[in-house]
Design a protein around this ligand. Structure first.
Ligand code: NI
Length: 222
């Protein structure tokens, strides 16, 4: 399932991040690609340092504060996001991300996300293209919006032909390994919350809530 979550960052927050990023150094992104990805990865990445860390933490906090993110991803571990920049001529060809990401602790990458930091009118190209059973999905979102997609999918970033594409990307190990189970929990959770909003804490709400938690207990790996 591919999920879009708008408004992870509001207009002001994203503008502030962009201005902070303008004074920082970016380095060749190919350095962090694996052997097979190196030849197709043409972007630059925010160089690590105290200021970069602060920005990445701000982004991570905003993502973790989103209820919809929690409901879609059921995150166990969310890696600190990387900030990537694509200028004209830059692209990231078709690839799959590693299933296990090294680091402390290593994580199983169940879902990837891209948080868009630049207004779509400011650049041409730069769509995130995800291959799915429904065909290719092209995604280019407003600044502050995020897309979550299964890391199992082949994906690429179309060449930027004008302006710059600025994004934060990261990976999630979910408590729910199976994407179908994760989707069922998301639907059930969405339905029970809507039921509560419409009718309050009814017997039906309590029963569905009990079922939701019991399924979560049955499936969660923590
Ligand atoms: Ni990737």
């Amino acid at each position: 399932m591919i999920s879009v979550i708008p408004d992870i960052l509001d207009f002001k927050a994203v503008a502030l991040l962009r201005s902070e990023l303008r004074s920082l150094r970016f380095t060749d992104g190919a350095a962090t690609a694996g052997k097979f990805g190196q030849s197709v990865k043409k972007n630059s990445q925010l160089e690590q340092g105290p200021q970069a860390q602060k920005i990445q933490q701000t982004i991570l906090n905003a993502v973790l504060a989103s209820l919809e993110f929690e409901m879609v991803a059921r995150p166990l571990i969310v890696r600190t996001p990387l900030v990537a920049r694509y200028e004209p001529g830059m692209a990231y060809g078709s690839h799959v991300d590693n299933a296990v990401m090294s680091g402390r602790p290593p994580i199983r990458s169940d879902m990837s996300f891209t948080l868009f930091l630049e207004d779509p009118e400011k650049y041409d190209g730069g769509e995130l293209v995800i291959e799915s059973t429904y065909g290719e999905q092209e995604i280019k979102l407003p600044a502050g919006a995020l897309v979550l997609y299964p890391t199992s999918a082949l994906h690429r970033v179309a060449e930027v032909t004008r302006g710059q594409r600025l994004v934060a990307v990261s990976w999630v190990q979910s408590m729910i390994r199976d994407p179908a189970q994760r989707e069922l929990l998301h639907e059930l959770d969405t339905a029970r919350r809507s039921l509560f909003d419409q009718h309050g804490k009814t017997t039906e709400f309590d029963t569905i809530t009990k079922t939701f938690h019991n399924l979560l207990r049955m499936w969660a790996e923590v």
